[in-house]
Write a protein that binds this ligand. Structure first.
Ligand code: MG
Length: 305
C-alpha cells in the first residue's frame, strides 16, 4: 500500500533554528524511496522557494518549491476557484502577495471584493484602509486562524488570526479562516500530493505537532494523523481533546525504518517521551477558530485555598 505524507514543519522538522533529531534522515528516506510528501504550513509569509532555501540552510537538501503547500497558496487557490477575477486588498508578506499575483488576482485599495489578511505586513495605516474597504462591502478572509506563532521557546509574535480579529472587532464582520484546520487546506493539499505523485497514494497521513490544527483538520478531512511530541503538544494533554491522532510518535525519526522497508512498525513508538520537554505552555486561545472546538473542560483550580 502506497502511503503519502502531509507534514507540518514547525515542531515536526525544526524548532527555532534547530533541526529535530531524525528529521533530516526522515526527509532523505522519503526522497530516496520516492514516497509522496508535501510540507503543509499555516505560515503565509514565506514563498515555497523561501522554505526550500530555509530547510537547505538547516541541513535538509534536495527539496524544491513543489514540496511545500502554504496557507498563502491555499488562499490563492480558494479565491481563484470560488471567485476568479476578484480583487483584493492585502495585509501580508511576500508569500501571500506572490501567491495571489501568480493566480492573477489584482490588488485594489478602493473597492476590493475581499480584504485578505496574512502574517506580518501590518501598520495602523493599512489596518485603517482594510477597515474602510470592509465598511464599503469587502469580505474578510484570513490565511489562517493562528493568533500567535512561536519565535523561540520564550518568544512569540502576533499571527494572522490576531490581525483578522482586530478587523472583526472594528467592523463587526466575521472573517473566514483558511489554512489548517480548515478542510479546504487538507483537500487541496491531498489533491496536490496526488498530482505530484507518479503513483497516486492509497492512503494519506498527516504528521503534525498541534492538536487544534494538524490533528483536528486531518480528522475532519477524513485523513489519518500521527502526532509527534517534538513540538507544542505534551503527552498528558492529548486526552483533553475529543479528536485523537491515529498514532503518537516521539519524533518523525520513528518513521524512518518503515519508510525504508515499506513495513509499518508495530509496538511502541518510543513512548513515553524522554529528554527535553516541549515549550512552556502559553495561556490564551492559540487560534481564532478555537471557539468552535469541543474541548473537554480542563480541571478547575480549587475554589478555596
Ligand atoms: Mg507545528
Amino acid at each position: 500500500m502506497k502511503t503519502g505524507y502531509l507534514i507540518d514543519m514547525d515542531g515536526v522538522i525544526y524548532r527555532e533554528n534547530n533541526l529535530i533529531p531524525g528529521a533530516a534522515d526522515f526527509v532523505q528516506a522519503l526522497l530516496a524511496t520516492g514516497t509522496p510528501f508535501l510540507f503543509l504550513t499555516n505560515n503565509s509569509a514565506p514563498t515555497p522557494e523561501d522554505l526550500a532555501v530555509r530547510l537547505n540552510h538547516l541541513g535538509i537538501h534536495g527539496l524544491s518549491a513543489k514540496h511545500f503547500y502554504t496557507s498563502a497558496l491555499n488562499t490563492a487557490d480558494f479565491l481563484s476557484e470560488t471567485d476568479a477575477g476578484c480583487t483584493v486588498f492585502v495585509i501580508g508578506e511576500g508569500g501571500l502577495l506572490t501567491a495571489l499575483h501568480e493566480r492573477k488576482i489584482a490588488n485594489d485599495a478602493i473597492r476590493p471584493a475581499y480584504v485578505v489578511v496574512g502574517e506580518g505586513g501590518t501598520t495602523m495605516e493599512k489596518l485603517g484602509k482594510a477597515h474602510e474597504c470592509i465598511e464599503r462591502g469587502a469580505r474578510l478572509l484570513a490565511t489562517n486562524p493562528d493568533n500567535w506563532c512561536p519565535v523561540s521557546s520564550e518568544k512569540t509574535r502576533p499571527g494572522a488570526g490576531a490581525i483578522a480579529a482586530f478587523l472583526e472587532a472594528s467592523t463587526g464582520r466575521r472573517a473566514y479562516y483558511l489554512g489548517k484546520p480548515n478542510g479546504y487546506m487538507f483537500h487541496r493539499a491531498r489533491r496536490k500530493l496526488a498530482e505530484l505523485s507518479l503513483q497516486k497514494p492509497d492512503r494519506v497521513v498527516m504528521i503534525g505537532d498541534t492538536m487544534e490544527t494538524d490533528i483536528r483538520g486531518a480528522f475532519e478531512a477524513g485523513i489519518e494523523s500521527y502526532l509527534v511530541l517534538s513540538g507544542s503538544t505534551q503527552l498528558e494533554v492529548i486526552g483533553d481533546y475529543v479528536y485523537q491522532p491515529n498514532r503518537i510518535l516521539q519524533t518523525v525519526g520513528d518513521l524512518i525504518e518503515e519508510i525504508k522497508t515499506g513495513i509499518p512498525a508495530t509496538g511502541h513508538d518510543g513512548l513515553p517521551m524522554t529528554g527535553d520537554g516541549p515549550a512552556t505552555p502559553r495561556s490564551g486561545s492559540r487560534h481564532q477558530t478555537d471557539i468552535l472546538s469541543f474541548h473537554k473542560p480542563r480541571p478547575r483550580p480549587a475554589m478555596t485555598k
